[in-house]
Design a protein around this ligand. Sequence first.
Ligand code: IPE
Ligand code: IPE
Ligand code: MG
Length: 247
Amino acid sequence: MQTKAADSQKVSQGQGKVPVHVAIIMDGNGRWAQKRGLPRLDGHRVGVDCIQRILKTLSAKGVEYVTLYAFSTENWNRPAEEVAGILEILQQALRGQTEALHKNNVRIVHIGKQDRISPQLQDEVAYAEGLTRNNTGITLNVAFDYGGRDEILEAVRKIIRDGVPEDQVDEALFRKYLFTGHSPDPDLIIRTGGEMRISNFLLWQSAYSEYFHTPTLWPDLDSEELEQVLEAYSNRQRRFGRVDPEE
Ligand code: IPE
Ligand code: IPE
Ligand code: MG
C-alpha cells in the first residue's frame, strides 16, 4: 500500500490514484426534507451534520484538501426565510464543530464573499480560520456566498489594484489571486442531488477536474458510496489534453 505522501506525489504528476483535492456540490437537502414532509431547513440542518462523516472518510483515504459548496452567490435569490435559516445553520455549525475539527488538525478556510454575511458569521469565520491556521492535516475550504464568476472578477480587481504589469498576468499568478490560492485545483468534483451542472462552482479551478454526479441526495450520501466514487476516480484516465503514451 502506498503512503499518503507517495500518493500525493503521484497525483501531482497527473497519474495518481487518490485525489489530493476533492470538491463537493452538496445538493439535495431541500428535496431530502420535502420527501419526508419536513421543512426544507431541516434538510439543511441534517446536511451540515453529515459533513464530519464525509470528512472522516476522505481523510482516511489520504485526501488532503476538501472544498464544500454550502451557499452560492445565487442562493440569495431564495426566500428570505430560507436564506436566513441556512446562514444561521452554517454559523451554528462553525461554532459547534470548529473545536473538534481543530483537535483533528483540520485547517478551516472560508472561500467566498465576506462583506454580505452577518457580522456574527464573519466573527465565526475569523475565529475558525485563526484557530486552525497552522494545522497541518486536511484543509477544509467552506464555500459560502461563493460564486466562481464573482471570484474571477474579484481576482481581476485585486490584480489591477496591485498594479501588476500586463506581461506578468499568467495562469500561475492568476490562481494565487483566487479565494483558493492556497489549494491545488480539485482533482475530483462530486455533485449529489442528480443535477448535471456546475452551478457557478470553481469555474477556473475545474478546468481538468474529474466530475462525478449521483442522484443520491446530500444527506443520504454515505461512506460506502463515497468510497465507490473514489474507486471510480482511480480508474479514470486523466490526459490533460495529451495523448496517452503507449503502454
Ligand atoms: C443544497 O441543497 C444546499 C444549498 C443550495 C444551500 P438545496 O437546498 O439546493 O436542495 P434541493 O436541490 O432543493 O433539494
Ligand atoms: C448548488 O446548488 C449550490 C450549492 C450546493 C451550495 P443549487 O441548488 O443552488 O443549484 P441549482 O440552482 O440547482 O443550479
Ligand atoms: Mg439544489
